[in-house]
Write a new protein. Structure first.
Length: 150
């Protein structure tokens, strides 16, 4: 009798939970797959972006991304870069002039347009927004960059 009671309880528990658990587990697996795909795409983009940075940005913003105080703003741990995504993309795409405030410091210099393609801008943005203490889990894409107008 006791064995039948435990069997019924086990059967009820398994039948009530199994489809819900499977659905829950499949959602987790899909989410993990999306993260893995995005992480892979982000890693590849950052690798290309590091090359773009080395070829175009390093002279002013330096290898460590710290820039030159009061002349070239830092990209490392940059509040401006991380909170002004569209403006940052626009600055790389079309150049930047006029005053900006980065980490509480005023900068009023000119950054000329670099002549980069939209995919190169996306790659360098993914690199700088994930380097030197910056963290950005939202992939910047060529499509996003292409929509930025002057």
């Amino acid at each position: 009798m006791m064995r039948i009671k435990y069997s019924i309880i086990a059967l009820v528990l398994v039948s009530c939970n199994s489809s819900e658990k499977k659905e829950e587990l499949s959602k987790v697996t899909i989410s993990e797959e999306k993260i893995t795909v995005q992480n892979s795409a982000l890693k590849e983009s950052m690798t290309r972006g590091e090359t773009v940075y080395s070829n175009f940005c390093i002279t002013c913003h330096l290898p460590n991304g710290k820039g030159v105080s009061k002349i070239f703003p830092p990209l490392a741990k940059s509040d401006y870069l991380m909170t002004n995504r569209m403006a940052s993309i626009k600055a790389i795409k079309y150049g930047q002039s006029g005053e900006i405030i980065v980490n509480g410091q005023k900068y009023n210099n000119v950054m000329s347009p670099l002549g980069l393609e939209d995919d190169e801008i996306a790659d360098v943005m993914n690199y700088i927004t994930n380097s030197w203490g910056n963290a950005n889990d939202k992939l910047i894409t060529e499509s996003e960059v292409s929509k930025i107008e002057p």
